[in-house]
Write a protein that binds this ligand. Structure first.
Ligand SMILES: NC(=O)c1ccc[n+]([C@@H]2O[C@H](COP(=O)([O-])OP(=O)(O)OC[C@H]3O[C@@H](n4cnc5c(N)ncnc54)[C@H](O)[C@@H]3O)[C@@H](O)[C@H]2O)c1
Ligand SMILES: [Zn+2]
Length: 366
């Protein structure tokens, strides 16, 4: 039985949209169908997720005149312009009109590529997110960032494009590999650290329930995460300022992901190691305490997430990769640090020396 547990609204004026969270929502015929305007639908998924969930999504759409299924190869290495082209080839061949609706069924890779395809196809068509990884449910499906990677940098080609609706069926998490679940939980913890201390404390207490995939706990964590993200996005949709705090740990993480080759470390794993570096830097500046950093490291360990950067990455490599990051504005590297647990701030005064000391310390490597 379908059971809607929470409905959130991302408050963006005429681009506002609902985020539905619950159990067995894919089988709810009304929920998805009400957001599909016309009679044409493009379902984009990948070879892992499609066999598991696409039939249920199709059933939920009811009868449509034209349904095109695009099944992408699986993996971050396919988050490319070539994949985007492949989607357009299919959609053009099937003659989809401007009135079509793109539905992304999968993790963040499928969601980001499909969202960008929807933003570009005939200059923008309807778009619905059905995220099936925890990371996509709490992060990538909400907020409208879409895009693909370039060989020289992650997410370098893309667009802001908000969906019409996000449908989060927590039952899809039952098939998710444990490593992916932990990676998603890293982003969940991020929301606590940057702006919601009570949530962070709740996560410290309830982490075992989340790792055991207890539904009530998962629904609660997803709802709190999406609410936090929605509030930040509503205040600063296009990252003029505040939205940057969502990048806690990400400047370090992107260096790890680029340095190791896309796909070697999971995004959330790199974010975990990156957030710990940011926490350590915050402690070195006297903003949070040593014991808060230690507690955070223990939390990550309990979640089976990395607490060190890759052994083979030198400080030089790291700094060079960080200099390439999108967060560099006018030659100044912007970093998200913690003024306190539950309060992020953006700094642009981290010196190369401060970063080098951090990256060369026993702290960064094992
Ligand atoms: N747009 C944004 O705001 C934003 C935010 C954060 C991350 N991202 C992007 O999201 C991507 C990472 O997303 P991700 O972690 O979901 O990775 P992913 O999309 O690669 O999915 C992870 C793996 O899980 C599989 N999978 C998905 N759902 C499953 C299910 N229910 N059961 C079994 N297997 C399943 C996928 O096929 C894949 O192998 C990155 O490209 C990152 O840049 C975007
Ligand atoms: Zn992230």
């Amino acid at each position: 039985m379908s059971r809607l547990m929470h409905t959130l609204h991302v408050d963006l004026g005429e681009r506002a949209y609902p985020v539905y969270i619950g159990r067995d929502l894919l089988s709810d015929p009304a929920l998805l169908a009400q957001h599909v305007a016309g009679s044409q639908v493009v379902i984009v998924s990948n070879e892992v997720v499609a066999p598991l969930y696409v039939d249920r999504v199709k059933a939920g759409l009811g009868k449509r005149q034209l349904v095109t299924e695009v099944v992408l190869p699986d993996g971050e290495q396919y988050k490319t312009l070539d994949t985007l082209s492949m989607i357009f080839d299919r959609v053009m061949a099937d003659r989809h009109s401007r009135n079509t609706t793109f539905v992304a069924v999968g993790g963040g890779v499928v969601g980001d590529v499909t969202g960008f395809a929807a933003a570009c196809y005939q200059r923008g068509v309807n778009f619905i997110q059905v995220p099936t990884t925890l990371l996509a449910q709490v992060d990538s499906s909400v907020g409208g960032k879409t895009g693909v990677n370039h060989p020289l940098g992650k997410n370098m080609v893309g667009a802001f494009y908000q969906p019409q609706a996000v449908l989060i069926d927590i039952d899809t998490l039952h098939t998710l590999p444990a490593r992916e679940l932990s990676a998603g939980l890293a982003e969940v913890v991020k929301y606590g650290l940057i702006g919601d201390e009570p949530f962070y404390r709740w996560l410290q207490e309830h982490m075992p329930r989340l790792l055991a995939r207890e539904e009530a706990a998962l629904a609660e964590a997803i709802e709190r995460s999406c609410a936090n993200k929605a509030a930040v996005v509503a205040a600063d949709e296009r990252e003029g300022g505040l939205r940057a705090i969502l990048n806690l740990g990400h400047t370090f993480a992107h260096a790890i992901e680029t340095g190791q080759g896309y796909g070697a470390w999971l995004h959330g794993e790199a974010v975990a190691a990156g957030m710990l570096l940011a926490a350590e830097l915050s402690a070195r500046r006297g903003w949070i305490t040593r014991s808060e950093v230690d507690d955070f490291r223990e939390l990550l360990r309990g979640m089976h997430l990395p607490v060190h950067i890759p052994k083979d990455m030198s400080a030089d490599t790291f700094l060079a990769l960080m200099a390439h990051d999108k967060k560099v504005i006018d030659g100044r590297l912007r970093l998200v640090l913690l003024k306190a647990v539950g309060e992020a701030c953006v700094v642009d005064d981290a010196s190369e020396r401060e970063l080098r000391e951090l990256l060369e310390s026993g702290y960064a490597h094992e």
